[in-house]
Design a protein around this ligand. Sequence first.
Ligand code: ARG
Length: 655
Amino acid sequence: MNALKELQTCFQPVLGKYTDNVDDMLNLIRPSKEAKFGDFQANFAMPLGKSTGKPPREIAEEIVAAVDLSGLCEHVEIAGPGFINLTLKEQWLKSNLAHALADDRLGVEPVASPRNYIVDYSSPNVAKAMHVGHIRSTVIGDALTRILNFMGHQAKSDNHIGDWGTQFGMIIYGYRNFRVEADFDKDPIGELSRLYRFVRLLIDFHKSTGKLPELQTQLKQLQAELADQKQQQSIAEEKSAIKKIKKEISQTNKRIAECQQQIAKATGIVEQVNADSLVETADAHKDIATAVLLETAKLHEGNAENRELWEKFLPICKQDMQTIYDRLDVSFDMELGESYYHQQLGDVVNDLEAKGFARISDGAMCVFLEDFETPMIVRKQDGAFLYSTTDLATIKYRMENFAADACLYVVDHRQHEHFEKLFAVASMWGYDQAELKHVSFGTVMGKDGKPFQTRSGDTVGLAGLLDEAERRALVIAKEVNETLSHPVDESQLKENALVVGIGSLKYADLSQNRSSDYTFDYDKMLALKGNTATYLQYGYARVQGIWRKVDTDIDSVRANPVEFAFATGIERSLAVQLLRFEEALSDVLIEYKPNLLCNYLFDLCQIFFRFFDQCNVKNAETESLKFSRLQFCDLTARTLKTGLGLLNIGVLDKM
Ligand code: ARG
C-alpha cells in the first residue's frame, strides 16, 4: 500500500476544478519534514493561488471541504499561507500494518501497468581487466533490475560487453609481437592484460611525443596572451571593461591549467617509456596505432587468423570478468555484446540511407541532427562501423525481439552526448515509442578529490578493491567478535566479512545520488554508524538477537497476530515509516535512483533503533503490547532484508 498514492487519488478529482495541470499539483503532496506538520503535507494551494488569483488559504479551505479523506486521515489542518497538513488515521495504519505483516511482499502492490524493460549495464570492454569505473554501472544496474522486477515490471538485464572493438586489435597486435609464451600458458588473462597495457603505452608514447611540441607552443602562446591581458587590466578604467578583462584572464588561466595538465600527462608517458628502456622497442613500432586499427579491421572483415585469435582470447577475457560477477553475485539474462550485432551493421546503415536520414559527408556516412553541431557518424571513411552503429542495431534488436517499452543504459556520464545523439537518431528512425534513458552516473573519486587512481596513475582494478573491502571487513569483524560473549567461529567470521565487505562496497555506491561523483573511502563505507550497509545489517541482526532473548519464537508470533498498538509516539512513527516502503520503491523508479531506497532504509533503521531504545519489548506492560512490539520487530527486519535484497546486499543473523 502507498499512502501517498491514496492521498493523490483522493485529491485528484477535486483539483481538476482549479487547474489542467493536476499531475504537477499532485506531486506537491509530500511526506512532512517534521512530525508537527502531520504525516504528509499538500502544498498546492500556493501555486493554485497564483494561477487563479484567489488567496491560497481560501483555496486550501475549499479543497479541504470538498475532498473525501474519511477512510485515510483523521486530521486535516490548514497552516500558514495554505499548507495542508495531513495526519493518517490510526485505524488505517493498523490495518495496513496487519496486511503487510501477513504478506510476503510486505504490502507492496505490483504496478498497475507493467512495462518491458531492458537494462543495459556493466558492459565492460573485455580485453582489459575490470576497474573501479565498472562497479557503479554494475551495482546500480543490478539494483534497478531487481527493483523493477519486484514492482511487477518485466526487466531483462543485458550485459552489452565491448568484445569487438579496437582493444582486440591491440591484443592481437600485442600477442603477435610481444607475447611471452610461458606467461600466457601460465596466466593467460594476466598476459593479455599486460599486452593490452603495453600496446596502449606504446601508442600513447607516439601520440605524446608527437603532441608535446605543439602543446609547448600552445602554452607559450597562452602565457603571452595572459601577460597581454594583465597589461590591459592595469590600464583599464571603466567598470565594465575591468569586469570583461577579469573574465578573460580567468578563462586564459583555465586554459593554461588544462594545457599544463596535458603536458604533464604526455611527459609522464614519455618518461615511463624512457625509464623502462622501451625507446628502442617503441621506435621499432612507430606505426603501432595504425597497425592496431588494421588488425581490428581485418578481424571485422572476417580474416581467418584474426578471427581465430579472437575466439581464443574471448573466453579467457570472459572468464576473468565472470570471477568478478561471481563475487558480486551478479548475473545477466543476456550477454549480447558488440560482436553479436556486427553482421547487422551494414543493413542498419543502408536502411538509414534509404530512408533519407543518412548521407555521405567527407567520405563518412553521417546522420545530421537538428539540435547537434556535429553529426552522428555511422560508417567511417575507411568503411569501419562505430560504437554508435552497434548501438542503433541493438535498439532495433531489442524493440523487435523484446517489444521493449523502455531501455535503460547505466553508463558513465561522460557518454552523455553519445546517448543524446543515439536517442535522437533512434527516434527519427522510428523507435520513438519506447523510453530510452541514459541512467548516467558520476566518477569515483579518491579521498584526495581526484578520480580514484593507483599511485602510478592507473585506474584501480576491481578485483583488488573487492579483496581490500573483504580484508578490512574481516579485521573489523574479528575486533567485534572478541568483545562478544558468544563469539562466532572462524569460518562464520569469514563468511560474515564477505557479506559485510561486499555489501558495504555496493551500498556506498548505491546510497549516493548517482549523478554526483562519489568518494571512495573504506573507513566510511564500513562504519557501523551512519548511512552504511553495516548499520542496516546491524539493525537486522539486532532484531534477530531479540528472538534469542524473548521466550516467544517468531513462528508463534506470526501464527497469532495481534492488533498493532501505538503505546508511544515512536511506535506510530515506526508504523508510518514501515508503510512507506512502496512509496520509496516507486520513487526509485521515477528517475531510476536507488539511493532513494537507501535513504528510506536508513531512516527506517534509525527510527527502529529509537523505538528499540524507548520501548521495552521483552518486558512490555502487557502480553499483547509485547506481541505488538515483536510484530514491529519482525516487520522492520523483513523490510530491511527485502530492501537490502533489492540492492543485492545480504544480511546476517548475528554480527
Ligand atoms: N562498453 C562501453 C564502455 O565500456 C559501455 C557500453 C554501454 N552500453 C551501450 N549500449 N552503449 O564504455
